[in-house]
Design a binder for this molecule. Structure first.
Ligand code: BES
Ligand code: MN
Ligand code: ZN
Length: 497
């Protein structure tokens, strides 16, 4: 999205439509009404009819006369002025974006509102996120040119106040970058296995590295074998397509700053393997590499922003397929850290490949390690699609993520990993088994991973519910949500402070 900022009245800007955010409480609504009618007399009948009450996320269109520099004026309700938050502004802008896209508009000029319980920087950030994220669609497969995603190409923020315009710019530019990252994650995760199998995912990471400026190394099957990544190899055994292990490095911090390692589950399609899934809804499992999509897009975002931190992103990637050569229930894997695992259920494949990545992560001696994975249906049952499950060993890291979750509304909620739960995954002939039955499924998955983290400060984010949406949310259309990019980027931009 192209952004510009002009120190002028809204009516001076040229665009397809003007956008005015209108507060709905009596006092502010009356004031706004007067000002809008003074600038745009065409709005008088609508505003005086009482049909538009500036309720949250309501959008009304006024058609302007030939003299105006835009043909339309979109009035967008934001509810009570004193109750406007980052999130309510994201949603209001999303409503405006959807209305604009419905009319196939390309450019909007936006009046910077004043007198809100939200500062100018927050307004710029939240509004830009709403405009960029709302009307997304994966369009590459449509032959019908009418079926578009977001038609918006440019936003012009207008204010006569120089200081406030500068603050809007700061927020909007950050938001544009982090939104592009979120959209990249959505596109990677929505792309089906036949176009996003492991080697394609590696190509996508390489492209992101080139575009954003970070280093990408792709370890192929031979290298994976020589590193003895037995979990990744076992899960890959049933596939024709080889696995990859992607290593991404961004050095924005000091030479001696220990890195933060991000690990993303990269199962490009999860059939369940021999413990095969039912066919209803199985197509969703093309998004089982959303953790990978998130970490690739996050490191790209951080590189674009030039954040002063060192970040490593690791992606173990494979399909999980049934075949005559597939891993079968009962098979035993011995990892390079000595832990032996019985594969009780081949559908609990995510933890098997993450284990290798967590062992690999330790060689960086990171100051923090965070893995993201669409790991368990149990987490979806517990927290639904609104909140990511968080489990881990490091309290400060958990509180950083909690703060970022509340700020971005990519919520995280901690589930306990008390050692008593370990009983559920105790192996009969091995140290652990990879599935622990129906109880506490998200927790036993995390406790499995914990066997592979050594002494790294570690947090696991189970994004099974938040990554794949089966219906639209306000600024997140159904399908892959891009969850985690805004969360992790917000945490990392505040890392030092
Ligand atoms: N990718 C799935 C988890 C999942 C389920 C993500 C639903 C999104 C929506 C994972 O690999 C899986 O199959 N987990 C099993 C584990 C079980 C066999 C212990 C599950 O949750 O059923
Ligand atoms: Mn599975
Ligand atoms: Zn899976």
């Amino acid at each position: 999205m192209k952004l510009s900022f002009t120190q002028s009245a809204l009516a001076e800007a040229k665009s397809d439509a003007y956008v005015i955010f209108v507060p709905g409480d009596d006092k502010h609504f009356k004031e706004a009404q007067k000002r809008i009618i003074a600038d745009f007399p065409e709005a008088k009948p609508l505003l005086e009819s009482g049909d538009f009450k500036a309720k949250r996320d309501s959008v009304a269109t006024v058609y302007l006369s030939g003299k105006a520099k835009a043909s339309r004026l979109l009035l967008v309700g934001i509810g009570e002025a004193e109750k406007v938050t980052l999130e309510s502004m994201r949603r209001a802008a999303a409503a405006a974006a959807k209305a604009a896209t419905g009319k196939k508009l390309k450019s909007l000029a936006i009046a910077v509102p004043s007198g809100l319980s939200l500062d100018a920087e927050g307004f710029g950030e939240a509004a830009t996120e709403g405009f960029c994220l709302a009307a997304y669609k994966l369009t590459r497969y449509f032959s019908d040119k009418e079926r578009t995603g977001n038609t918006l190409e440019s936003l012009t923020f207008c204010s006569e106040n120089k200081k406030s315009l500068a603050d809007v710019k700061k927020g909007a530019e950050y938001a544009e970058t982090v939104s592009q990252g979120t959209l990249l994650a959505r596109t990677l995760a929505n792309t089906p296995d036949n176009d996003m199998y492991p080697e394609k995912l590696a190509e996508a990471a390489q492209k992101a590295g080139k575009d954003a400026g970070f280093k990408v190394t792709v370890l192929d099957k031979k290298k994976i074998e020589s590193l003895k990544m037995h979990g990744l190899l076992a899960v890959n055994q049933g596939s024709k397509r080889p696995p990859v292990f992607i290593v991404m490095e961004y050095e924005g911090g000091g030479k001696n700053d220990k890195p933060i390692v991000l690990v993303g589950k990269g199962v490009t399609f999860d059939t369940g393997g021999i413990s095969i899934k039912p066919s209803a809804g199985m197509a969703e499992m093309k998004m089982d590499m959303h953790g990978a999509a998130t970490v690739i897009s996050t490191i790209a975002t951080i590189a674009r922003l030039g954040l002063k931190v060192n970040v490593i992103a690791l992606v173990p990637a494979t399909e999980n397929m049934p075949s005559g050569s597939a891993v079968v229930p009962g098979d035993v894997i011995v990892y390079t850290n000595g832990v032996s695992v019985e594969v009780d259920n081949t559908d609990a494949e995510g933890r098997l490949i993450l284990a290798d990545a967590l062992i690999y992560a330790q060689k960086y001696k990171p100051q923090a390690c965070i893995d993201l994975a669409t790991l368990t249906g149990a987490c979806v049952v517990a927290l639904g699609t609104v909140t990511t499950g968080m489990m881990g060993t490091d309290a400060p890291l958990k509180s950083r993520l909690k703060l970022a979750g509340d700020y971005t509304h990519e919520y995280v909620c901690e589930l306990p990993i008390y050692e008593e739960y370990e009983e559920l995954i105790k192996g009969d002939i091995t140290d652990v088994k990879n599935a622990g039955g129906r109880y506490a499924g998200a927790i036993t998955a995390a406790l499995f991973l914990k066997r592979f983290v050594g002494d790294m400060p570690w947090v696991h984010l189970d994004i099974a519910g938040t990554a794949m949406l089966s219906s639209d949310a306000p600024y997140t259309p159904k399908g892959a949500s891009g969850v985690g990019v805004r969360l992790l980027t917000d945490m990392l931009r505040k890392w030092k402070s």
